[in-house]
Design a protein around this ligand. Structure first.
Ligand code: MSP
Length: 640
């Protein structure tokens, strides 16, 4: 009987477009799912989008869209991306789906009826970016460590979940189940967090503040805290509590998340399940972060890696392979196109690609492309060890894949590939081909090498499904017949002798780094990042622009906006201007400066502030230098 295997990714916030980090998590979930189909398990793979909360409202506002319009758009980008990366999820859940909403209400009511949700007044430090209250201790220099902005003091009545009640039970569970959270470093992190008394969790937001979420079933003036809503997706997707899918798959559930959301998954979610009487998940698999040149990927820095661009440039399988091979599961890793090209050339074009084309070319040359018949007795006099080595590689691969150590599983396959390459060199089929007397040996070597390729074609299937298919087609196997199943891979002497093989193809062409890698752009003084000059305009157009000298009288950061400063300027009259220069200027440095502004620009709202005019600054992608004057002039003086 096949076992059930239920795998989930986080449901991604729709306040940003999908990037490399989201792609990585979803690709490894796909790899785990495909590996389990190799084991003939019955797989259910869930991903989706997290669409409630004030983060989303703010993102929608910034784009001038209604929340619904906005979430539909970004969610559709995620949904459309996954098939392009050959990700085969069984359901794409959205927290705005009616079945999800109904189940969140049901779980809330259940916990409320059991007495684990209570109403109370609370005053706390709230970070809008994180959508949560912070304790003084958690702040760094009085600021939210993730958003580098001071939280706001908020006082309001809210509903609380008695998370503290389950602290002891959670510690016990983690101790008794050492791989409940894995790798171990994250288990330790959760246990060390649990050394401090756990506070109850505020699970509501008053509608007067946020009106985009699931209404509490027991108080219509409140919506559900976005995390309490989102975590429930893992069971709502299966039709908790009576759905057939829930009964079948829930007992086998494994979650994958990155370290950023360890706490909600390692603490909130299990205690919520304890309160609702839901059996806890089997494993929480936690991976590290992809960084770009040692820094976090971020829109502000402008280093966000677009998965589709990488896939289009280097191919889907190569991109997937690189992500799996390069990141040691659990630790952070660095992404660079240089490293990607290097791996494609060495691991793919060289190791597996060469082996494949060499073996197939020799089969064509010495046996007219027909799988040779072998004499099984040869084994006694001419043992190649390949069958044994394949067996060991498969065992190691299976162990590592079961533990989510994808990089090690791949290393096991590449270890076998290297043994096969050695086997070609040591048996030297081109020498054997010289004498008719060694024909039997030649057939034996070639058959075993083809068998080795068959095993490799199966083992690469989770990471590189297209490559697996291509290889199998060229080994004369029907790719639809699921030759990647582990049971079949563990057997040897499977390829039918006499099969005529198609001509080999190049699996992975070598890439010339010079041709594909972006040229290093260094922005140094004297070498600016200059964009093209805009099309010519007449003087009459230029004269329409009213440029004025203005003196900055006040400057402050705009809360929750990373780049913006709110300026008050004097140009004969007082004006408010919002400028995106906070990466280059501290508010205090600007007071008293005389700057140049476009005084007759149509006012526009930025983060809810009406900006009346635009400040001129020299800008490249990273920094700004404000345009000032050579000497002081009266505020309001026009420029011409
Ligand atoms: N909506 C919540 C999750 C709710 S799950 C019930 C959320 N969304 S998110 O859009 O911020 O996604 C976070 C997840 O995206 C990470 O846990 C990880 O899976 C992935 N990644 C985002 N950036 C990443 C990197 N730079 N590197 C690796 N993965 C990262 O949190």
């Amino acid at each position: 009987m096949s076992d059930a295997f239920y795998i989930t990714t986080p449901i991604y916030y729709v306040n940003a477009r999908p990037h490399l980090g989201h792609a990585y998590t979803t690709i490894i979930a796909d790899v785990a799912a495909r590996f389990n189909t190799m084991k003939e398990n019955d797989v259910f793979f869930l991903t989706g989008t997290d669409e409630h909360g004030d983060k989303i409202i703010r993102a929608a506002e910034a784009e001038g869209k209604s929340p619904k319009e906005y979430v539909d758009h970004i969610s559709s980008l995620y949904r459309a991306l996954w098939p392009q990366l050959h990700i085969n999820n069984d359901r794409f859940i959205r927290t705005t789906d009616p079945d999800h909403i109904a189940i969140v209400e049901q779980v809330l009511q259940k916990i409320y009826d059991a007495g684990d949700i209570y109403f109370s007044e609370y005053e706390g430090l709230y970070c809008y970016g994180c959508e949560r209250f912070y304790t003084e201790k958690e702040l760094v220099d009085g600021k939210c460590p993730d958003h580098d902005a001071p939280p706001e003091v908020i006082k309001e009545s809210n509903y609380f979940f008695k998370m503290s009640k389950y602290q002891g039970a959670l510690i016990d569970h983690i101790r008794k189940n050492p791989d409940f959270i894995r790798p171990e470093r994250y288990r330790n992190e959760v246990l060390s967090f649990l050394k401090e008394p756990l506070e109850d969790l505020c699970i509501s937001r008053p509608k007067s503040r946020i009106n985009w979420g699931i209404t509490l079933p027991f108080d219509e003036n409140y919506v559900t805290y976005v995390w309490f809503d989102a975590l429930i997706n893992y069971i709502s997707a299966l039709g908790y509590p009576d759905g057939e899918l829930y009964k079948k798959y829930w007992p086998s559930v494994q979650h994958i998340v990155a370290k950023d959301i360890l706490k909600p998954h390692g603490i909130y979610w299990p205690t919520m399940m304890m309160a609702a009487g839901i059996p806890l998940y089997r494993h929480l698999n936690v991976h590290g972060y992809w960084n770009i040149n040692q820094s976090k990927m971020s829109k502000t820095i402008g280093n966000v890696v677009e998965p589709l661009q990488m896939k289009d440039k280097y191919g889907c399988d190569a991109f997937r392979f690189f992500l799996l091979r390069e990141m040691a599961f659990g630790l952070d890793a660095g992404f660079s196109e240089e490293a990607l090209v290097q791996r494609i050339n060495s691991d793919l074009a060289n190791d597996i690609g060469n082996l494949f084309s060499r073996v197939l070319a020799m089969t064509r040359k010495y046996f007219d492309g027909i799988v040779p018949e072998i004499d099984l007795n040869m084994e006694n006099e001419f043992n190649l060890d390949l069958a044994q080595q394949a067996q060991e590689a498969i065992d190691e691969y299976e162990r590592q894949m079961d533990n989510f150590a994808f990089h090690k599983a791949i290393a096991a396959v590449w270890g076998f590939i290297s043994q096969m390459n050695k086997c070609v060199d040591t048996t030297a089929p081109w020498e054997l081909a010289k004498n008719e007397s060694s024909r039997k040996q030649l057939a034996y070597v070639m058959y075993n090498l083809l068998e080795g390729l068959r095993v490799v074609s199966g083992l690469v299937y989770p990471a590189m499904p297209q490559t697996a298919k291509t290889m199998q087609k060229h080994l004369g196997l029907d790719p639809e017949a699921e030759f990647y199943r582990l049971g079949t891979l563990k057997a040897w002497n499977i390829l039918p002798a006499g099969t005529s093989l198609p001509k080999a193809v190049t699996l992975f062409p070598r890439i010339d780094p010079e041709k594909v890698l972006p040229k290093q752009e260094t922005v140094t003084p004297g070498k600016a990042d200059i964009s093209e000059i805009k099309p010519e305009i007449g003087i009459e157009d230029f004269l329409k622009v009213d440029l004025r000298v203005a003196t900055i009288t006040k400057a402050e950061a705009v809360p929750k906006a990373k780049k913006l400063l709110k300026l008050e300027v004097d140009l004969g009259e007082k004006r408010t201007i919002v400028a995106g220069i906070s990466a280059s200027y501290k508010p205090d440095d600007l007071i008293g400066k005389q700057v140049v502004i476009v005084a007759n620009l149509k006012p526009a709202k930025l983060m809810g502030i009406l900006s009346n005019g635009m400040l001129l600054a020299a800008a490249d992608r990273k920094s700004h230098v404000v345009a000032t004057l050579d000497s002081k002039v009266p505020s309001g003086t026009p420029l011409s």
